[in-house]
Design a protein around this ligand. Structure first.
Ligand SMILES: C[S@@+](CC[C@H](N)C(=O)[O-])C[C@H]1O[C@@H](n2cnc3c(N)ncnc32)[C@H](O)[C@@H]1O
Length: 439
């Protein structure tokens, strides 16, 4: 297979980034804009020499998915070949949302042999994002508060983004207009010159907290924008001088208004600061949190002792405390650990300490970051041998790795559920219920 070849392809699978995928003569061909179940004509743009993989540009749709629709967002190139300046943030939106969920479920079965059954739908199809990190690009006088097109640093417009909460979309529009009017210099990735790099918006469903991330101090953006912006209830500032893609920079400084939002997740109030993590779609995350602390049939667990690993803002800790006499959270990020009233500690060190003290809880709940718990923590949990383990994960790959260690040591996967945390994207969240073989 070579660049320039025109192929007729039956797309069989969904690739992790949302492309349609076909196996043609032993080569996996990615076709952005095509969906599983479709027949397309596509021209090869790049064929890898190292791996049996190629990328092809959708030329024509010979047989469309029955749930195909025009993408509701005018900025999106979903369902079509990539378009310069378009937003690639929601590659599945040219299908209705029920068909998207079915494709995600089928991809889990196909790639990982996991079948969670129908995905739990997001209560909101649009306007569900309560946390949105935007990239500032463009030029002085024509600032764009948008994103990068997938796989590149090509700027993409996100005006009136339909998945962002409406108060975030309005605040982003206001920032774009104000930054343009004040001739704020957008940061330039290529040269490292410029001022404003990112804008991180969070909302509690009403108010907006905006964190401006600039490349250096002093900053005209940090000096002039807080007074020009009327919509955010708070404006904070953090400097990120590194050349990578990290958004979080130096400790934040409050420039105007309030520094914290109070968000209720599963009826637990959570305080979120300028650089603090907030679940992007809290309305569906709270369904997963409630499941995570209950048994596989949805009934509350009760007992003397539970551990909450990777406790973060403490939502699951608070929920577990309603049912258990003692709940011990574990969290490595110092600010979050301090808020939970525990020393910052890795899950591995925590488990070693608890095991040395002979403490075996009835239940361990874990919500690790994207990389999963990893082999050391999974093995430590296997040694601890608590009767029940319940794990929430945003990465099926990582969960499968962790499950393999636990299943080899006598745990049985009793139930798996998946949640459509980010509709129109390939992302999802999983909850796994495990207990010992003998139970
Ligand atoms: C996916 S978040 C969980 C968020 C939490 N469920 C909440 O509602 O805020 C993962 C959390 O694990 C913490 N973390 C990352 N690596 C860790 C480690 N090795 N040991 C313990 N905690 C860790 C992070 O600081 C983060 O708060």
């Amino acid at each position: 297979m070579r660049a320039g070849d025109l192929l007729t392809l039956d797309l069989e699978r969904l690739a992790p980034e949302g492309d349609g995928l076909s196996e043609s003569a032993g080569t996996f061909v990615h076709v952005p804009g095509g969906y599983p179940g479709e027949r397309v004509e596509a021209r090869v743009e790049h064929a890898s020499r190292q791996a049996p993989r190629a990328h092809a540009r959708l030329v024509s749709l010979l047989q469309a998915h029955p749930a195909r629709r025009a993408p509701p967002c005018p900025h999106s190139d979903a369902g079509a070949a990539p378009r310069a300046g378009a937003c690639s943030g929601c590659p599945l939106q040219a299908l209705d949302v029920a068909a998207q969920r079915e494709l995600k479920r089928a991809a889990l079965v196909d790639r990982h042999g996991l079948d969670p059954g129908p995905l739990v739908a997001s209560p909101d199809e649009w306007g569900y994002r309560w946390s949105s990190k935007r990239v500032v690009t463009g030029a002085s006088g024509h600032v764009l508060v948008g994103s990068y097109h997938r796989g590149s640093h090509a700027p993409a417009a996100m005006d009136d983004c339909r998945v962002d909460h409406p108060s975030i979309a309005a605040a982003a529009r206001e920032l774009q207009a104000a930054a343009s009017a004040l001739a704020i210099e957008p940061y330039d990735e290529a040269t490292g010159a410029g001022d404003l790099r990112y804008a991180w918006f969070k909302t509690d469903g009403r108010d907006v907290l905006l964190t401006l991330i600039t490349a250096a101090r002093p900053s005209r953006a940090a000096e002039l924008l807080p007074g020009a912006l009327k919509l955010p209830a708070g404006v904070a500032w953090s400097v990120q001088a590194g050349r990578g893609n990290a958004v979080r920079g130096d400790p934040p400084v409050l420039l105007r208004g309030q520094s914290v939002l109070s968000v209720r997740l599963a009826d637990v109030p959570v305080e979120v600061g300028p650089l603090g993590f907030l679940q992007p779609n809290p309305r569906v995350a709270e369904l997963a949190y409630r499941d995570l602390v209950a048994d596989e049939a949805g009934a509350p667990h009760r007992g003397a002792l539970a551990f909450d690993l990777y406790a973060g803002a403490g939502v699951t800790t608070a929920l577990l405390r309603r049912e258990f006499a003692e709940v011990v959270p574990c969290e490595a990020y110092p600010e979050s650990a301090a808020a939970l009233g525990v020393p910052a500690e890795s899950a591995e060190a925590f488990l070693a300490r608890q095991q040395a003290a002979g403490r075996v809880p009835e239940l361990v709940v874990a919500n690790p970051p994207r990389g999963g718990m990893g082999p050391a923590v999974s093995a430590a949990l296997a040694r601890l041998a608590a009767p029940r383990l319940q794990i929430m994960s945003c990465s099926a790959e990582a969960l499968v790795r962790d499950l393999a260690v636990l299943q080899a040591s006598g745990y049985v996967l009793r139930r798996l559920r998946a949640y459509d945390t980010l509709p129109h994207t390939p992302h999802l969240e999983l909850v796994a219920w495990l207990s010992r073989e003998t139970d």
